[in-house]
Design a protein around this ligand. Structure first.
Ligand code: HEM
Length: 538
């Protein structure tokens, strides 16, 4: 009744599936691949529809145009974030930039993040993704069946180096970060599904206990990392990193520069969030690339032809990007075909609004359904098919020139909308170009064959994990080195990468306190590079 009273005259409620009293529409949302169900509803109710879940209005958008109309053009009221029941202070605590409400803390953290990303293109951080890619290729060559472990090591080590100049914190970072994913995912910890459970007192809530232990460990890790960089800087041996850039700015003789970027504690959280985002997300498209190569060998051949033709046997480097448009198209198409954040990261609306005659109430949670957006047939004909050609063939609506520059990931819908767009795109772009290009250069990825019958062992098509960042379930495949010379070259690249500063020669960060804490709960990859491991978190 009150909701009806708030609705301006003439405005209609958005269409959408009806819910049950009190609980709303939760009973038939599947726990796996919920985004497919949300997309199916969009075919019945249109590109924007709503449903209620435990009293909260959720609006689902599966059109890029509508998402831009609301989240970008009306960003003044659509840039807040909803409260996460299992992390109720997410909007105010300042710990996680991406989850903050539209507060002053969010504004200053976003500015700092921009500054660090910009400054990093000037500093010599670019060597880290290449070094880690070289290590990754060698490990893949040793044992491709453990690809989940190698990919997680690649993403967390690369981002650790970018953030703190050392790969040592990578495994502890993995441990804390995958716990956070469960804490914040709508289908993760139970209070996010049944929001009333957040009122269970901390003393008896298993979810609150688990989250508080995880958070305490993460806090210690981030303090230790910043302490390590500060000490290295004082001893004049700090390697390039986001935190080093920040600390150097704080040492500026100009008082205004010193004041501009806030306090060290804030930078610690901003850089911590960058590390979390990098460790969590980038593995998804790397895994989806392997899946795509199993299903679309013809695109693997075309990609190899491009790399072999242009580079004459060399492994792709970041400097080669202008000359490899098909590789950039593959990177973009993998993200379109299997969106890493299929349900998007929700925004919240701060004031009542009317859009095309439909009422959207203040406080509603707004989801840009990335899965639906990538299935729009008018923009992506034959959307279910993996077709990198759509980015480089002029007959497709997504084609854009010049091919030395396009396709690229900048402004891609899969990185969000308006004032909350993803700030990590340059890192993603480089990591994916190097790993996907490196794998196409090094291996023939293909379905395994049964040794007894010779028949192909089937690989799933779309079996993805259910959390906020979706990854394909493990599948068997062969990664056959394309020549003995390439095996030798991979070994050389691996050895060269190990000899770089930061791989154990210089004085490096001491993580023994975490080793003592976590014992064999996690695997410290500096102990034995290619052995051990407790399985990935996928
Ligand atoms: C494949 C990799 C990635 C994907 C698909 C991705 C996607 C997204 C999406 C969908 C959002 C939400 C946008 C919105 O609310 O409209 C987001 C936010 C964000 N991402 Fe990424 N991201 C990726 C990697 C990264 C990396 C490596 C970083 C590291 C710096 C990063 C930093 C951020 C930050 C800081 C935000 C929050 C912005 C804000 O709330 O103001 N992301 N990302």
């Amino acid at each position: 009744y009150f909701k009806r009273q708030r609705r301006p005259p003439g405005a209609r409620p958005l269409p959408g599936p009806r819910g049950l009293p009190f609980i709303g529409r939760v009973h038939d949302i599947p726990s796996k691949e919920s985004w497919v169900k949300f997309y199916e509803w969009s075919k019945t109710y249109g590109p924007i529809y709503q449903m209620e879940i435990f009293g909260t209005v959720h609006v689902w958008i599966s059109s890029e145009e509508v998402a831009h109309d609301l989240l970008s053009k009306r960003a003044t009221i659509y840039s807040d974030r909803p409260m996460i029941p299992n992390l109720p202070d997410n909007r105010t605590s300042g710990d996680y930039l991406a989850l903050l409400g539209r507060t002053d803390t969010w504004k200053s953290q976003r500015k700092l993040c921009n500054h660090l990303m910009h400054a990093s293109t000037l500093a010599s951080l670019h060597s880290y993704p290449t070094l880690e890619r070289d290590r990754f290729l060698y490990l893949m060559c040793q044992d491709p069946s453990r690809y989940l472990e190698w990919i997680e090591q690649f993403t967390s080590r690369t981002v650790s180096r970018l953030c703190w100049g050392t790969a040592r914190p990578a495994q502890v970072l993995r441990h804390t970060t995958f716990g956070l994913l469960e804490t914040i995912s709508p289908s993760g910890a139970l209070p996010n599904v049944m929001s009333f459970l957040r009122h269970v007192p901390a003393a008896i809530s298993p979810w609150k206990k688990k989250e508080s232990a995880r958070h305490a460990l993460e806090d210690r890790l981030f303090h230790a990392n910043v302490g390590f960089v500060a000490q290295s800087l004082a001893e004049n041996r700090a390697r390039p990193s986001f935190i080093r850039t920040f600390l150097e700015t704080k040492n500026s003789p100009d008082e205004r520069v010193r004041a501009r970027w806030g306090e060290q504690a804030e930078a610690m959280h901003v850089v911590g969030l960058m590390a979390i985002a990098g460790a969590l997300t980038i593995g998804s498209p790397i895994q989806s690339f392997l899946l795509a190569m199993c299903h679309y060998p013809e695109w693997q051949r075309k990609l190899q032809d491009e790399i072999d033709g242009v580079l004459e046997g060399r492994c792709p480097q970041w400097e080669d990007r202008e000359e490899l448009p098909l590789l950039r198209a593959v990177v973009k198409e993998v993200i379109r075909w299997r969106p890493p954040v299929p349900t998007g990261i929700p925004h919240a609306i701060e004031k009542d609004d009317v859009y095309n005659g439909y009422f959207i109430p203040a406080g509603a949670t707004i989801h840009a359904l990335e899965w639906g957006i990538t299935r729009d047939e008018s923009r992506y004909p034959d959307a279910e098919a993996f077709n990198p050609g759509r980015w480089i063939d002029p007959s497709f609506p997504t084609y854009r020139e010049p091919l030395t520059q396009y396709p690229n990931l900048s402004g891609f819908s899969q990185f969000g909308f308006g004032r909350r767009t993803c700030q990590g795109v340059p890192i993603v772009e480089q990591d994916l170009f190097l790993t996907m290009g490196g794998m196409a250069w090094a291996f023939d990825i293909r379905k395994k064959r049964d040794p007894a019958t010779g028949a192909e062992i089937p690989v799933h098509w779309n079996d993805y994990t259910p959390l906020l960042i979706a990854k394909p379930a493990w599948f068997p495949f062969d990664a056959v080195p394309r020549s003995p010379e390439k095996v030798g070259r991979m070994r050389e690249m691996y050895v060269a990468a190990r000899e770089q500063p930061g791989a154990g020669q210089n004085v490096d960060m001491d993580i023994s306190q975490f080793r003592a804490d976590l014992g064999d709960q996690i695997y410290f990859d500096d102990v034995a590079d290619a052995g051990g491991g407790l399985g990935s978190h996928n």
